[in-house]
Design a protein around this ligand. Sequence first.
Ligand code: ZN
Length: 355
Amino acid sequence: MVNRKCTLCNNHFLGRVNDRFGVYAHINCVKDKLTYLEWQYCPTARDLIISHLPNERLQFNGGFSHCVWSQRHPAIPANMTLSYFLSTHEDEVLDAIKRHNEATALGTLSIRTASVAKRKAADAARDSFKEKFHEACIERNAPFRSVHGLRKQLCAPLFNLINVPRPEEMVRRAMFAIQHRNAVPDLLRRYVFEECDVTSVQLVTSYANRIDTIAWRYAFRAGSDPRQWVDMAINVKDVQLIPDALKQGFNAARVVRATHEFAADMEYVLSSQINMAASLEDFETRLQHLKTLPLEHADVRHMVTWRSDIVGIAASYKRAMECAGENAYTRFGGKCFELRGEHSAAQDLDTLMRA
Ligand SMILES: [Zn+2]
């Protein structure tokens, strides 16, 4: 076997000729001879160098950099090294560096020009807004003449609600807010003054005092009809059910009314039935059947919480009472809810009595 040696370190080496630089050497020995261009040259000079010299992109410090052979070495031709290239192309390299510096300066200049232009445009827009705002104030005979003057008349939250980038619209909203603010409770100001339409004011003044404040956020919101919430006492159970109903896309006011006669300890049962219902009508049907069950027993409430087939359960309980009497549940427990299929009363009783 031939004892081969690395041309650079003279140690044992059994690899292949490095096809980039044409040397028979360890890869690490080759790397020792290379230099990273990105560290030392601007992009224009780097491009000039790599267009003339063999180079390799190597990973360094997390990024890739172009590497060329740095110093002359007997193992490779002189014209493949950076030191030779610099000695023969000095003017071209200097020229590339100069071009880069000029381009960068121009770039900086254009960024500066752009930011000046942007600031001027912003100033002009602000001046134009002020002017139009002032004109709109005069035209509408507003009790203020500038944005600054308006700010002094409205509290910050109300100002923010009517603050829009269209001067005429902002003056209209401001005057509307000043006119109606005393008729609208703080909690409903967002509802009324985000759009500033008179219908909202009328709904609030007519119905707010007849709707539980807990329900205001549901009654007075886009797409809701406050009249549906009038004269309805909201309890703790409802507060939990309303979000469930809204999540299902059901009319929340109707859900609250439908569940009103159920006790507060039914909230989990009702909430889970809302989530299982296919529609509001389906939910109302489930409630009708729920009512027929002996809900005074905690076990029964627990059982129906996670059962979807309320209609079947209610039908079974009805049959159990028909064959075993009113106190069927106390006698037979959960078996009263499991009667299914077509059977006679005698057969049902037989099923209940079986262990
Ligand atoms: Zn070596």
